[in-house]
Design a protein around this ligand. Structure first.
Ligand code: AMP
Ligand code: MG
Length: 490
């Protein structure tokens, strides 16, 4: 085991006032649960000896590699619409940055490594269930082609911690393009520290949008870029039925990656009002509200940049920023419609396509049709067999009408039917992390049996490919399952 991981600390070096040097808690018995070898390879860490006892101590924060100073990050954020000027890593540490094999700087971050100066009343710990949940769902999102933080390792600490019951304590090693959040900008902006917001902006630009470096109008351009990336991200979520669950501004990354998997879940039946979080009483973060919430969060981001957009004329700055935020709607629609066309086997853009897609979605809630199964079945329908899709509707009359309309539209773009099906199958997954399978895998893991977790993870790593013996993973939960609730007790 080498005790050097070639880590850097530009975040602490370049951004005074945004972090405190910190160390993870001592724990009785660090034990590696799972290690992501492919990701380790991508990071150049395959031979760093992390899969060892000494490695497990590093991956739970109790031991520190020689060449780094871990830190807890400060940030603010709107949680369920209420502003908190100081949140910060209450149970997490940035152990350092690593340059991956493609030359990209990535954060190595621990979640569950003990109390920090930002812990408030929390215990600083994470439980094994939620740690494995973030591992599983993050890796599934990645396999679906959706920008996301990744999971490098899950480690148990040997402690028992109290949640709704006594559970094993654990730490997730998370890899992210960065941990700069909307809430990071809000932290300085709320204190009126304009010069520090500027430094953070320039750091962010250097790291994520380097072509904007030094431009006089870089503040508004940064806002545009972040809006563009978020528009594409949220569209991707919507197109696979992902519900994040806690879209607070501290859980929105400036890099455009999905971050902070807590009470997230995937839709079975399509329903815009669907939400799963036990703490979201008003349905603020329901599936169908995600684009509007992203836009709201981006408006909070824009507010932090006003002085930088135009230091001499705040009315002009607000006008410019408001126009960008308004444009988010169109950007999102474009990204969504492009994705929806691909899901429906269309390459050309016709005016009526949005209406066609919405007509299909409109049929689904009342009929309780499974979102993922239906789109996958449409591939078969495009190849000449509409029966699997029809079979998802108990009374297929309305669907038959839609089918005829869609087939007329397909005829306007002649393609070999099997070629069209293959293109559709490349974007319409067979397997998503179905809630009942996720829960079963986590329950077994907590009881010491990781086989169901490994099996589910393996299936989810090739979500577009039909796999022998994996039929049950493609099916929705039995009718008597639910209503499904996820808990924030993470
Ligand atoms: P989250 O909803 O997981 O994004 O967390 C919101 C805030 O609460 C962040 O500042 C976390 O660091 C903090 N937090 C969550 N759980 C704990 C915990 N068990 N101990 C200390 N802080 C926590
Ligand atoms: Mg968070």
């Amino acid at each position: 085991m080498t005790n050097r991981l070639a880590l850097e600390n530009t975040y602490a070096r370049d951004l005074e006032g945004l972090s405190v040097p910190w160390k993870g808690a001592e724990v009785p018995a660090p034990g590696l649960v799972r290690f992501n070898k492919l990701l380790a390879e991508e990071l150049g860490l395959a031979d760093a000896g992390l899969e060892s006892e000494a490695g497990a101590a590093i991956l739970c924060g109790a031991a520190v590699p020689e060449d780094t100073t871990p830190l807890a990050m400060a940030y603010a954020g709107h949680q369920f619409g209420q502003f908190s000027p100081q949140l910060g890593d209450g149970r997490a540490l940035l152990i350092g940055e690593i340059i991956d094999r493609k030359g990209k700087r990535r954060d190595l971050h621990l979640k569950g490594s003990g109390r920090t100066p930002f812990s408030r009343s929390g215990d600083g710990k994470a439980a094994l269930g939620p740690v494995l949940r973030e591992y599983l769902i993050g890796e599934a999102m990645h396999a679906l082609g959706i920008p996301t933080t990744r999971a490098l390792a899950a480690v148990t600490t040997g402690e028992t911690i109290y949640r709704d019951r006594l559970v094993p304590g654990a730490v997730l090693t998370r890899v992210a393009a960065s941990h700069i959040r909307v809430g990071t900008f809000q932290f300085f902006a709320a204190r009126g520290e304009a010069e520090k917001v500027q430094r953070l902006m320039d750091y962010t630009i250097a790291r994520h949008y380097p072509d904007l470096t030094g431009m006089p109008d870089r503040a508004i351009r940064l806002l545009e870029r972040v809006c563009e990336r978020q528009a594409r991200l949220i569209a991707q979520w919507m197109l696979v039925g992902f519900v994040h669950g806690v879209m607070n501004t501290d859980n929105m990354a400036i890099s455009g990656e999905t971050i902070d998997y807590g009470p997230c879940a995937f839709l079975d039946t399509y329903d815009p009002a669907m939400m799963f979080s036990s703490i979201d009483h008003g349905g603020r973060y329901a599936y169908g509200r995600q684009p509007a919430i992203a836009q709201w969060n981006l408006a909070r981001f824009a507010e932090t940049l006003i002085d930088l957009i135009n230091p001499d004329d705040s009315d002009a700055a607000i006008e410019g920023a408001s126009a960008v935020i308004t444009d988010f709607g169109g950007r999102y629609r474009d990204a969504w419609l492009t994705g929806m066309r691909a899901k429906l086997g269309l390459k050309q853009a016709h005016d009526a396509d949005a209406d066609l897609a919405e007509a299909l979605l409109g049929l689904m809630p009342a009929k309780r049709v499974d979102f993922t199964q239906l789109f996958r079945a449409l591939g078969e329908a495009a190849a000449g067999n509409p029966e699997p899709a029809r079979a998802l509707f108990s009374e297929p009359d309305a669907f038959d009408k839609w089918l005829a309309r869609w087939q007329t539209r397909l005829a306007q773009e002649p393609v070999a039917p099997t070629e069209r099906r293959d293109a559709m199958n490349a974007v319409n997954p067979v397997y998503i992390p179905r809630n009942h399978h996720v829960e079963a895998a986590l329950e077994a893991a907590i009881a010491g049996d990781l086989a169901p977790f490994d099996r589910l993870l393996a299936v989810l790593q090739a979500p577009f490919t039909v796999q022998d013996g994996a039929e049950t993973y493609a099916l929705p939960a039995p009718a008597d399952y639910g209503p499904y609730r996820t808990f924030c007790g993470t």
